[in-house]
Design a protein around this ligand. Structure first.
Ligand SMILES: Cc1cc2nc3c(=O)[nH]c(=O)nc-3n(C[C@H](O)[C@H](O)[C@H](O)COP(=O)(O)O)c2cc1C
Length: 297
């Protein structure tokens, strides 16, 4: 069963679900499983230390699937983004999530290769700035999202951005079921990014104890703190309790402190990626059928 939106048409995918690019979690096997399930598999480029590692990873993905894939590209001086972009374009990566830096830097090259660029934003001001830079769409990173999170609830922020920017908007934050996907599409999202739900999958490269912590956690166990990376982010309180508060490099913090969003409320089993997507599509369909039955002219 397919779910069609402007986003699925733009990219040629079956369902409007983007498997989130997650630092130290989303690698080749995760991307392959998502894209083969009809969703869009993505990974963050900083997961690979060298461009040779990145090339190798994309080769592995491309040997397993010819379906669309995406990446999160960091456009700050800290990363060799030009070289990374060239490698991604050569491998046919068609979806780019830009963070840090000016997305205009990559737009022409991506467009020339038939791809699109969306920017992560947590405020309308950031959304308007990204629109000025010419992006194709926005990712509404809302309150309670895994990783760096926004402040506005998903069902408020998504239509707010859509109304005031006119751009396609992907909802991010708190979406792990088909009913939540239906709610996001109902308020105008063209797709949803799913992160936290996908940590608890066989294909995620999170430590087994991390996956276990996601399935036992309640939303009350999620802490929002800007003290760990300097920007508000969501963390499993159990991992903070275990962490020795010494100054440490950021990457070590992401490894030893476990990020997860409020979606833990609906996650109670570690499953294969394909099953998660299939269930979301199934419960999306049931939700739409159920809602249509509430209408009595
Ligand atoms: C452990 C973890 C790492 C993340 N790393 C990144 C990243 O490197 N780049 C990025 O664009 N988003 C990252 N995110 C955010 C996700 O892309 C996505 O916006 C978010 O997980 C959606 O909210 P949800 O977790 O409630 O589904 C990360 C999220 C988590 C949970």
């Amino acid at each position: 069963m397919n779910i069609r939106t402007d986003f699925t048409e733009m990219l040629g995918i079956d369902v409007p679900i983007v498997g989130a690019p997650m630092f130290l979690v989303s690698y080749e096997e995760y991307v392959i499983a998502l894209s083969e399930a009809g969703a869009l598999g993505t990974f963050p480029l900083p997961n690979y230390r060298t461009t040779a590692d990145l090339k190798q990873a994309l080769q592995t993905i491309r040997q397993a699937t010819g379906r669309p894939i995406g990446v999160n590209i960091h456009l700050s001086g800290r990363f060799p983004w030009k070289e990374q972009l060239g490698i991604c374009l050569d491998a046919g990566v068609s979806f780019y999530i830009s963070s840090l830096g000016n997305p205009a830097l990559i737009l022409d090259d991506v467009h020339a290769n038939g791809g699109i660029v969306f920017a992560d934003v947590i405020s309308l001001a950031q959304g308007l700035k990204a629109r000025e830079h010419g992006v194709d769409g926005l990712i509404a990173v809302a309150a309670g999202a895994g990783g760096h999170c926004g402040m506005l609830p998903t069902l408020i922020f998504t239509p707010y951005l859509r109304q005031h920017t006119g751009l396609p908007v992907i909802a991010a934050g708190g979406i792990s079921t088909g009913a939540q996907l239906a709610a996001a599409l109902a308020v105008g999202a063209c797709a949803a990014i799913v992160g936290t739900r996908l940590i608890a999958t066989h294909e995620a490269r999170a430590a087994p104890a991390y996956k276990q912590a996601v399935i036992v956690a309640h939303p009350e166990d999620i802490v929002i703190s800007n003290e760990i990376t300097g920007t508000p982010a969501t963390w499993l309180s159990s991992s903070i309790a275990d962490f020795d508060e010494q100054p440490a490099p950021q990457s070590k913090r992401w490894r030893d402190l476990w990020s997860a969003g409020l979606s833990v409320a609906q996650i109670d089993q570690i499953k294969p990626v394909g099953e998660v997507i299939e269930e979301m599509v199934q419960t999306y369909t049931q939700t739409c059928q159920h809602l249509s039955q509430t209408i009595h002219p």
